[in-house]
Design a binder for this molecule. Structure first.
Ligand code: AMP
Ligand code: ZN
Length: 484
């Protein structure tokens, strides 16, 4: 497989995952609230990369961390009167539920930052011993970027400096501006000295009490679980600088060897053409999408349908299109004798037949994925393959002994994208549930006029209400049958 590497800025081959297991580290979520659909675009593309490697017969070890201690987790847990562990475990559980709904395979290892404090302290100590870090009078520790000559190679800092004439600030949205007297404004925190607002959330290191910085958390979990050099390291494009630049500096300064062979960055999800933000009110979670009557399967399809190196625009129309694409695939699978409701794209797949990927019926689909994970091209190829095939299969013109072969090859395709072909059973949005309750009450009071008008309202929202012996039931009207 060939994949774009943000460090060399070229599409270069990955090591062959059939000859040895690839190592894959993904910067995971900060567990202080529900992940939004932009976060899920990143986690989904990472999932597709892993699935493609596995589906084509390769092996890959996937580690994705949990950022369970930082400014936001501490602040929010204290505001809610919970311990940090109670608070982050609730949001971790929610994250796992969302991932399961979106068919994102669980990573093989999911380390949490709090459970790796000794490793972080040891790494910081090593950097202090080698002269790459220094302590400040208050007990914080900083990385001295001047001590690491390769600093800035990932984000091409030198080029950016000549155009901006100043060093980009290390202070991102996720870090509060510490007033500590670091030697250079560009140096970044490895350890933040204990502050009164941290409450009980501090640990004791040889240089004092405090907590690790975000960058060192990732480096130490990555080095601990995957060794000095990792094949692929990934995150959203916003992590390229400073997070990944800093990860390289501190890891390579400590180990003396290449930290990462291949940098895989996913570009951002936009919503109706705008950047997602709380202030614009366009920050959607999976639950928000479901409350509008769409399924996690539709969302997954939409979020993986764009090329990961381009911004993707999320629209409600896009979700409708995703549903009809999934229906077409389900129909084809049914014609092949498969059951879309029992097929789950997350089982252990046997390795492909020798020529299946290069010469099988879906060879063009695989070729698109194996060249820089081009999911839009792969989906285009998939439909261009099944569209002419479908009438032949439907008319029974296909040799019956070949049908199971095509079905197996098609299942591998669906597995690699992690698609769920079953017709979704969505929970009705609360607005629909309330109207249905009101209608039920109106019927009991024999106000049939009101009950009928409420039924119409419910239908306009995309749901049918049916009377049952116990009361009533709600069913989503299939999208194709909606009036508008
Ligand atoms: P966080 O929980 O903020 O640490 O983010 C988790 C992951 O989501 C990181 O890899 C981010 O780079 C990524 N991310 C954040 N916003 C977006 C977005 N709008 N589109 C795609 N990925 C994003
Ligand atoms: Zn990270």
């Amino acid at each position: 497989m060939r994949l774009y590497d943000s460090f060399s800025r070229q599409i270069i081959p990955l090591p062959d995952p059939k000859t040895r297991e690839l190592t894959f580290y993904c910067c995971g979520p900060t567990v202080y609230g529900p992940a939004h659909i932009g976060n899920f675009r990143t986690f989904l593309m990472q999932d597709v990369l892993r699935r493609v490697i596995q589906a084509t017969g390769g092996r890959i070890k996937h580690v994705r961390n949990l950022t369970d201690v930082d400014d936001k987790t501490i602040r929010q847990s204290r505001a809610e009167g919970k311990t940090l562990a109670e608070f982050t475990s609730l949001w971790t559980q929610r994250f796992h539920e969302d991932c399961a709904a979106l068919n994102i395979l669980p990573p093989h290892v999911e380390p949490g930052a709090v459970a790796h404090i000794p490793q972080q302290i040891a790494l910081i100590q090593k950097l202090l011993d080698k002269g790459h870090a220094y302590t400040t009078p208050d007990g914080s520790v900083y990385f001295r970027i001047e001590s690491y000559p390769n600093y800035g190679n990932l984000s091409r800092l030198a080029e950016r400096q000549t155009t901006t004439s100043s060093f980009p600030s290390q202070l991102t949205e996720r870090e509060t501006a510490d007033e500590y007297n670091r030697d250079s404004a560009a140096d970044f925190a490895l350890w933040k000295a204990r502050k009164p607002e941290d409450g009980d959330n501090f640990w004791t290191a040889p240089w004092g009490q405090g907590r690790p910085g975000w960058h060192i958390e990732c480096s130490s979990m990555c080095l601990h679980h995957l060794g000095a050099t990792t094949d692929i390291h990934s995150g959203g494009i916003d992590l390229l600088f400073p997070h990944h630049e800093n990860e390289i500096a501190q890891s390579e300064a400590a180990t003396g060897t290449t930290f990462v062979r291949h940098w895989f960055h996913i570009h951002h999800l936009m919503v109706e053409g705008a950047k997602m933000s709380k202030s614009l009110g366009n920050l959607y979670t999976l639950a928000d999408v479901q409350a509008r009557g769409h399924s996690a399967a539709d969302l997954r399809y939409l979020l993986i349908s764009g090329h990961y190196r381009q911004e993707l625009n999320f629209t409600m129309d896009g979700l409708h299109a995703a549903r009809s694409a999934l229906r077409r695939l389900a129909k084809f699978y049914t014609l092949l004798g498969g059951n879309p409701h029992s097929f789950k794209a997350n089982y252990d797949l046997p390795p492909p037949e020798t020529q299946e990927i290069q010469r099988g019926p879906f060879a063009r689909f695989w070729a698109a994925l194996l060249e820089d994970l081009n999911t839009p091209a792969a989906l285009g190829e998939l439909f261009s393959i099944i569209t002419p095939l479908q009438p032949h299969v439907a008319a029974g013109n296909y040799p019956p002994e070949e049908i199971p072969l095509i079905r197996g090859a098609f299942e591998r395709v669906i597995y690699s994208l992690g698609l769920d072909l079953a017709e979704p059973k969505c929970d009705p949005p609360s607005e629909v549930k309330q109207l249905a309750e009101q209608r039920f009450t109106a019927k009991k009071a024999r106000d049939y006029k009101l009950a009928d008008s409420l039924r119409d309202k419910i239908q306009c929202l995309g749901w049918n209400v049916k009377d049952t012996r116990e009361g009533y039931s709600l069913e989503m009207i299939p999208r194709n049958n909606l009036k508008n």
